[in-house]
Design a protein around this ligand. Structure first.
Ligand code: ZN
Length: 342
């Protein structure tokens, strides 16, 4: 990991320099959409803090400590990650290391896939916090720092958050807690109030293209919604194919004479159809040819069938129903839509 790979590097570095060394708070709460680079920034900050030589924000990159942080194997870096309750915590962390090394912009849904089907049930439970408590009491606080990441802190259970409060209230010396989350509001106020909050704004088109190393088509930019993690996922070959089918289908809906059957057949092959339909809702929201009312109806229908697909209802039936209904709703001339009293 290098600062050059961290989209918000200049802001993070400046902020950290302003705190180092006497004003470092015991806990940081980093909020921002998924895949915006919070974990990558935490990675670099940890490396700088644990590096045996050098500057507060510029790690040397070659010492033993830097190498260990690069592999996420430094004993003073504790990773707390949500798991599905299967397997031991240590196995979960080991899997997380490997997964994150392959993709520092990992999304929670991708982590769920890596844990093979723990969908929707991932949490940071009280046993994780107990383990943290043990780890922190094992090593006596010395001259070196310890850094604790709470990856997707919003998955902390209430019980775990309560257990954590005691640790944060009386933090061990030279210990930095970093809470990484895309839903800070769901964390208990008691916990939030003990943290210094930093905000990570969504990435601009230029930043996304810089990270991707290539110019990107507009639908990609729209669907990435300022997240490089999402963009990475969209550029996956099977996802790219599914999005092309989605775009073809949406086009046939806007053309009264077009036959939607081939597009529907293609779309039904999409491995993550539910997710693709949610993307469809985003494309509809940004569509330049639709009125506000048409967008609202389109998004509603697409999100509804996405839910149906996720609930294992028959995708072909859902898609045909949506097709007929949208063709009907979208064929009206614009002025009619805009003048219908609500
Ligand atoms: Zn170093």
């Amino acid at each position: 990991m290098r600062w050059i790979d961290v989209p918000h590097a200049p802001e993070v570095k400046a902020q950290w320099r302003s705190l180092f060394p006497d004003r470092i708070p015991p806990a940081l709460l980093w909020k921002g959409i998924e895949g915006v680079g919070k974990t990558a920034a935490a990675w670099m900050l940890t490396k700088a803090l644990l590096c045996s030589q050098g500057d507060p924000v510029e790690p040397c990159g070659t010492c033993r400590n830097c190498q260990l942080v690069d592999r996420l194997e430094h004993p003073n870096l504790l990773l707390l990650v949500p798991t599905g309750g299967k397997g031991s915590l240590e196995e979960g962390v080991q899997r997380f290391r490997q997964t994150l090394l392959n993709n520092p912009f990992l999304l929670l849904s991708e982590w769920e896939l890596a844990l093979s089907g723990a969908k929707g049930s991932l949490s940071l439970g009280v046993d994780t916090v107990r383990r943290l408590h043990e780890e922190l009491s094992l090593v006596s606080p010395g001259k070196t720092w310890r850094v604790v990441w709470f990856w997707h802190a919003e998955t902390l259970t209430r019980q775990a958050a309560n257990a954590l409060l005691k640790i944060i209230e009386e933090p061990p010396a030279r210990t930095l807690f970093i809470f990484l989350t895309n839903q800070a509001d769901t964390l208990p106020v008691t916990l939030r109030s003990r943290c210094q909050t930093w905000r990570f704004p969504p990435l601009s088109k230029t930043q996304l293209e810089q990270l991707a190393g290539a110019p990107l088509p507009t639908p990609m930019i729209i669907l990435a919604q300022g997240s490089y993690g999402r963009l990475r996922r969209l550029r996956d070959a099977s996802m790219e194919k599914s999005i092309r089918s989605l775009q073809t289908w949406l086009r046939t809906l806007l053309q009264p004479e077009a036959d939607p059957s081939p597009a529907i057949e293609e779309l039904l092959q999409a491995p993550q159809l539910g997710e693709v339909l949610v993307m469809g809702a985003i494309l509809v929201r940004e569509h330049p040819e639709l009125t506000v009312a048409q967008k609202a109806i389109g998004m509603d229908i697409l999100l509804r069938i996405a839910e149906g697909v996720e609930a294992n209802l028959q995708p072909a039936l859902l898609l045909w129903e949506a097709t007929l209904s949208l063709k009907e709703k979208w064929k009206q001339p614009r002025f009619l839509w805009e003048w219908i009293p609500v």
